[in-house]
Design a protein around this ligand. Sequence first.
Ligand code: GCB
Length: 588
Amino acid sequence: ISNGGILPPQASSVRELLSLDGLWHFTTESKFLSNIEDANDLELNLMPVPSSYNDISTQLSLRDHVGSVWYQRKFFVPSSWESKKVWIRFGSVCYNASVVINDVVVLTHQIGHLPFAGEITSAVKYGEENVITVEVNNILTSSTVPQGEVTTLVSGRVKQTYTFDFFNYAGIDRPVVLYTSSGSYVDDILVKTDIVDQSGYVTYNISVANDDSSISQEISVLDKSGSVVASSSNRTDTLEIPNATLWWPYLMDANPGYLYKLQVNLFQNDNLIDTYSQPFGIRKLTYDNDTFTINGKNIYIKGFGRHEDSDIRGKGLDLPLIIRDHNLIKWIGANCYRTSHYPYAEEIMDLADQLGIMIIDEVPAVNTENFNNGLLENHKKSLNELYSRDKNRPSVVIWSIANEPRSSSDGADIYYKKVSDHMKSLDRSRPITIANLYDVDEDKSEQFVDIVGFNRYEAWYSNVGELDGIYTRLIEDTTAFRKKHNKPVLMTEYGADSVEGLTILPSYIWSEEFQNDVMAQYFRAFDKMRSEGWFVGEMIWNFADFKTDQDIRRVGGNRKGVFTRNRQPKAAAFLLRKRYWALANKLD
Ligand code: GCB
């Protein structure tokens, strides 16, 4: 594994790129048939990449598979690549991956939802066909991130159990690419920005792999039209951009999501050996005990918890779906979402950067319990990889270091101090949060965050049907968090399930009316708290319905979406749209 950066590969005059997406051979039994026509069962032994594998076939056994599966395909490496370094990069594999090329293990990785890459220069045959096999294992244990437990049922079948509330999809769920580089290349780029008066300041640091004294560089900052607005010949520098166009969130400015590019050119003896174009936005975040600001303006978050989830493909990257989602996010007037409960695809994060959608970037640590050292190491590793991938993204305004940890248990305080110190050691420019489940007196984790996040399901999981209690209880709860921690408070989840088309008047649980009535009561409470200044945002659970493990509280999955799983609006979507647009006009 490259122990340096994890920059997404870019095709350029010096780097070539080849996609390995498409149909791969697939088996749960580690033996590949030479011809798929030889298969004597009903299912095709073919699997699309990218996709989760669980819902592609008709077999329960594959949907609920526990353990390894194998993917295999052939690919051709051009002879012209022989003089270069050759790499392979996976956008993510859930969860454990072992990559074999022509019988040699070239790469292994644990932890899903995060990219990994490795050099395969000496493993491939040039001007010939090669074979790649990827073993993917989905077993979760007490020390993996996220956690799970494997049990044996009365029938002898092995079952993966887990406490998190989304289906445990697995597979090669993001793109796979081969690419080339020169012997020395741009391994990583770090960009930080500041604003003083009308000027933007861009501080960058370029890491070069296999560096030597014959290598020099030219760095330029390009604006959106491609004009050079600043340049330098140093590896590390701070450049001034007079009259900078700032990166603003959607609906906080007429021109949201403005991106510049840091163009990095590396030369060796006057030859261009690498070139990389790193997008970034000029923006300044501040946070203190009362406020959270961007470019000097208070932020009020109007957003969602979301999932990467859709019919058939599960968590597989699906371009039509992600464009539809972002059209809906713009339509509804939201300015933010949390990547609950794991890092989302880089293609999704790119859209957020470009559209000015703020992101609360969450690690895959969901419902963490039974705190142990192995878990802590994996939790930290997932933070390292998340930071490494997303550090330059202007959209990322908060790091979420956990969702609903069992933070009332013994050891939670020590554990979360370590996790939060670790995140702070990586980045102090962004605040951190935890989406907390517990009451203020039970929770031991929020003392270590900058913005107190909490999830509440009044009139749903607690005091079911009691719409008239929501306002009072929520204000009591939120105010208690504020009093104890003296920090900004953010509602990271609230909501109620509804089955689209189920309408009952007067409202009754599971109906579209009930979901709307719950929301209306929360809105009253939010408005009251907003007037106090330290309440920084509301995020409804969930953007869309999503699949979960089988549970009698779930009808084909979790139905708290304001959109259906197929991305059509429920009545709730129209109510939320009215509120988010009204808030945008008031705040502008
Ligand atoms: C939560 C969890 C989320 C669930 C949600 C629910 O608190 O963070 O993953 O889906 O509640 O609907 O139960």
